[in-house]
Design a protein around this ligand. Structure first.
Ligand code: F6P
Length: 491
């Protein structure tokens, strides 16, 4: 990562995401502090831009108050203020009550409300205006994720000098599902304002190119979408392609090698009663993550006598997420009732089969948990990538441990040596969990080696290099067109 400063070709980099990489939390006593924002976006992107330096525009996580820009290392963070109503309608409403379920295979029912859509447009406009204000001439603007899909077209209109890159961290739905969205044309046109549109999986990029043609009258030649002129806006081409995101594997490995982290892993095992098998689940508490399916399979394995409750523990870390959205409240209730029932029915004095932790942990503590776990269960019903799977693999330099991985996670495209499962198939899931629990050491080592190769071959530096390489090529092409082929010094 240290060698990456050339990656923007000397151009300023402006990051734009719904959340800043740090989140402001107001405690009950009214005091306020900053903590790392939740989710894969920050895990992956922050180590890169910390090195590159950037302006980062995003919401600071609290409603209401204006916050002045501030610096963290080489990043200048420029907070966007959202009112209570905007949080309710743009963030909880349109982003997480409409787009999130729609883009995740309609696992929950998306809600379509015109007021939410209005609010989504006006907040996207505020982000675009702020970028237009902050970005220097010829900068690269990198817009992230489903909350800001209208920003690229708004920016293209306001600032044709910018190179606009978009990356979708979550899946893009198949055309027949996307078709439900009453504002499908506007969203497609919003995204088509970009010069490069990155997706996690090949299938996502294919789906997007199909909707671009259908709803944006923008056909593709290979990975290149040809966008027609609209009004004053000239036509242009946009690259729409998969760039599977990753982690800073070496940084995780380094933490895993520290003697105090290894000691902590042993301590965790001991605190859990030194069971034969420790299984681990680590997720935001989200209905896409398949936590209910995982618990069901685990419970049935104990009920069937296949897993001895005293010998197997499932540690489930569920970090709080979107707690005011109804589907998330419902999920929390379901999960907590189920955990209580499993422990009540299958536990004994001093031993609970499920160790449920509803909070987030530091990176060090997560690595200790990965080292303590014999089996990692990653069973989402749909997931853009799932970096937890990659983190586990990066930490297991001892070539021990087994990964049960849903084929519906983006990571399944790369981690072919995991035990791949369809989490809807509870019998199949049970069989994979058992197989992982009883996997001979030689097989663990063989599979772990294959998975480690995949993670190291495409770590976050490779990902950023590929993605920003494509963005720089687009920027160079733009400079050429704007200067009629003359080369101009970059400002
Ligand atoms: O990676 C998907 C994502 O929605 C990110 O955009 C987001 O920052 C993260 O998950 C956490 O979600 P939220 O910001 O809604 O808490």
């Amino acid at each position: 990562i240290a060698e990456m400063t050339h990656m923007t070709g000397g151009r300023e980099l402006v990051m734009v995401s719904n959340r800043l990489p740090v989140d402001r939390v107001t405690l009950e006593d009214g005091s306020m502090h900053w903590r790392a924002s939740p989710g894969g976006l920050v895990t992956a992107v922050e180590p890169i831009v910390e090195q590159l330096g950037c302006v980062w525009i995003g919401w600071a996580g609290d409603a209401g108050e204006e916050i002045e820009p501030f610096e963290v290392g080489r990043m200048r963070l420029a907070p966007i203020t959202l009112s209570i109503d905007e949080v309710a309608e743009y963030y909880e409403g349109f982003s997480n009550g409409t787009l999130w379920p729609l883009y995740h295979d309609v696992i929950a029912k998306p809600e379509y409300h015109r007021e939410w859509w209005d609010r989504y447009q006006s907040v996207n406009r505020r982000f675009a205006d702020r970028v237009a204000q902050e970005a220097s001439h010829g900068a690269i603007v990198w817009v992230h994720d489903y909350q800001l899909q209208l920003v690229p077209a708004m920016l293209r209109e306001a600032r044709p000098d910018l190179t606009i890159a978009f990356f979708l961290h979550i899946p893009f739905p198949p055309r027949r599902i996307f078709a439900q969205l009453p504002w499908r044309r506007q969203l497609v046109e919003g995204l088509l304002g970009s010069d490069v549109i990155g997706f996690q999986r090949v299938a996502d990029a294919i789906s997007f190119r199909a909707v671009a043609e259908r709803y944006g009258t923008a056909p593709s030649i290979g990975n290149t979408i040809v966008t027609p002129a609209r009004g004053e806006q000239p036509g242009h081409t946009a690259l729409a392609q998969e760039f599977p995101i990753s982690i800073d594997a070496a940084a995780f490995a380094k933490i895993a090698e520290q003697p105090e982290i290894r000691a902590r892993a042993l301590q965790i095992r001991q605190d859990l009663g030194n069971p034969k098998t420790i299984m681990l689940g680590v997720d935001r508490l989200d209905y896409t993550k398949g936590i209910r399916h995982r618990l069901k399979a685990f419970d049935e394995l104990i009920a069937d006598g296949e897993l001895e409750p005293a010998e197997a523990v499932l540690v489930q870390v569920a970090s709080p997420s979107r707690e005011r959205v109804e589907a998330y409240r419902q999920l929390r209730d379901d999960v907590e009732v189920t955990v209580g029932r499993i422990n009540g029915e299958r536990g004994s004095i001093g031993h609970s089969p499920v160790n449920y932790l509803h909070r987030s942990f530091t990176k060090d503590e997560m690595v200790a948990l990965y080292l303590a776990a014999d089996v990692l269960l990653v069973t989402p019903l749909r997931d853009g990538m799932n970096l937890v799977a990659k983190e586990y693999v990066a930490c297991r330099g001892d070539e021990r441990g087994a990964l049960v991985l849903s084929e519906f996670a983006g990571a399944a495209d790369e981690l072919r040596d995991a035990l791949l499962v369809n989490p809807h198939d509870i019998e199949g899931l049970k069989a994979a969990i058992l197989r992982a629990a009883h996997m001979p050491e030689r097989e663990q080592a063989r599979r772990m080696r294959g998975m480690r190769r995949a993670v190291y071959n495409n770590d976050v530096a490779h990902w950023a290099q590929n993605y920003l390489g494509a963005v720089c090529a687009a920027a160079d092409a733009k400079t050429q067109t704007q200067t009629g082929g003359r080369t101009e010094p970059i400002q």
